[in-house]
Design a binder for this molecule. Structure first.
Ligand code: NAD
Ligand code: MG
Length: 348
């Protein structure tokens, strides 16, 4: 085992590190709206930076905050929080670069552009990260309910000598030190985030579901049964693991399911899959994936567009849409996440 990460709480924070400073929040999407409002409610002076034609400008004003251009916001701020989409950040950085004065802070919620050198700040600014471990609407809701949202903290560049202390004060203003702020590095956050979403979360789990579904359907079972077994029941299993670990899941399923799972899981996700995971990790570590993704964006996203369409056209999506209609009573539970999706997709 390598060394365990430090965790910081409210008691570790010097409020003076953020008091009296102006924070420019660039972007008003999932993270941006929550950072801006939590900071403002914590007494920090906030100005939101958005393009002149951004459809989010109205939302900022409705929330009682001031909005101007990214350039103007950065000019007024000591701390510039970059919360536009990762693929857009390098272009927005070019607009604001000359407004960063020595001793100012460039603050991120994800390390991609710094770690892969898509943004190269001058040496006289602090470069920090506070990355809440939830989507923005939960960061905001937790703050309003006097609860905390765990976050990651990282310092890439400490020009002032106070970079970490200021980042902790920023995290406190978001409500994150109520729960705990875990220290990491830009490299570790970026590489584990990319690996996780590719191999296990977004990529791994959808492939597992589709391959399971196709195996059953190709063997002559009904698509409806295949959907239930391979996708619908995933939520029950994941909820149990999320609440209390793998053991809680194993305790809740039947002995037959437990024995079958313990003996066959590693047959399916075997050593070959493990080798593939290591290759995926290597491509993240040596920058191959980053270069591929940057080139894909520069080319206008041709493969991405095609892959997205193919995923939409998969039979499981059609079968699922019909079957989910049978679960109408579950809609109420998921209302918040739908609101959030609308908020995000309504912009730009
Ligand atoms: P988002 O897509 O929800 O919102 C980005 C906002 O940026 C938009 O709402 C808009 O206000 C602005 N914007 C969009 N396109 C733009 C353009 N072309 N030019 C200028 N402004 C534009 O983004 P997000 O999910 O909040 O991500 C922001 C940062 O937070 C990213 O670095 C991301 O990795 C990180 N992050 C996100 C989450 C999450 O759950 N969403 C969690 C942790 C960290
Ligand atoms: Mg400035």
């Amino acid at each position: 085992m390598t060394e365990e990460a430090s965790i910081y709480y409210d008691d570790d924070v010097q409020r003076s590190q953020i008091e009296g400073k102006t924070v420019a929040v660039l972007g008003y999407g999932s993270q941006g709206h929550a950072h801006a409002q939590n900071l403002a409610d914590s007494g920090v002076d906030v100005v939101v930076g958005l393009r002149e034609d951004s459809s989010s400008r109205e939302a900022v004003r409705e929330d009682g905050l001031e909005v101007t251009t990214p350039k103007e916001a950065a000019a007024r701020a000591e701390v510039v929080s970059v919360l536009v989409p990762d693929t857009v950040q390098p272009a927005v950085y070019e607009e604001i670069e000359e407004e960063l004065e020595p001793g100012n802070t460039l603050q991120f919620a994800h390390g991609f552009n710094i770690h892969y050198n898509q943004i190269q700040p001058s040496e006289d600014v602090d470069v920090t990260m506070i990355a809440p471990k939830t989507p923005g609407h939960l960061l905001r809701r937790n703050y309003e309910n006097d609860q905390g949202t765990p976050a990651l903290l990282a310092v890439y560049q400490d020009a002032t000598g106070d970079a970490k202390e200021e980042a902790l004060a920023y995290a406190q203003a978001l409500g994150c030190t109520r729960a705990g702020v875990v220290e990491t590095s830009f490299r570790e956050e970026t590489e584990t985030d990319l690996f996780g979403e590719q191999a296990v979360l977004c990529g791994g789990i959808t492939s597992l579901i589709k391959q399971g579904y196709e195996t059953l359907v190709d063997a002559g079972y009904s698509p409806q049964m295949a959907y239930f077994e391979c996708l619908n029941e995933m939520k029950l299993i994941v909820d149990l693991m999320y609440e209390d670990g793998l053991g809680a899941m194993w305790d809740s399923v039947s002995d037959t399911a437990e024995y079958g799972g313990l003996t066959k899981g590693d047959v399916v996700v075997d050593e070959h899959a493990r080798q593939n995971m290591e290759e995926v990790l290597e491509a993240v570590q040596d920058g191959t994936f980053a270069r591929e993704w940057i080139a894909e964006n520069q080319a206008g996203r041709p493969s991405y567009t095609q892959l997205r369409q193919a995923e939409k056209n998969h039979e499981i999506e059609e079968v699922g849409a019909d079957l989910r209609a049978l679960f109408a009573w579950a809609d109420e539970e998921s209302e918040t996440s739908e609101d959030e999706q609308e908020k995000v997709s309504a912009d730009d």
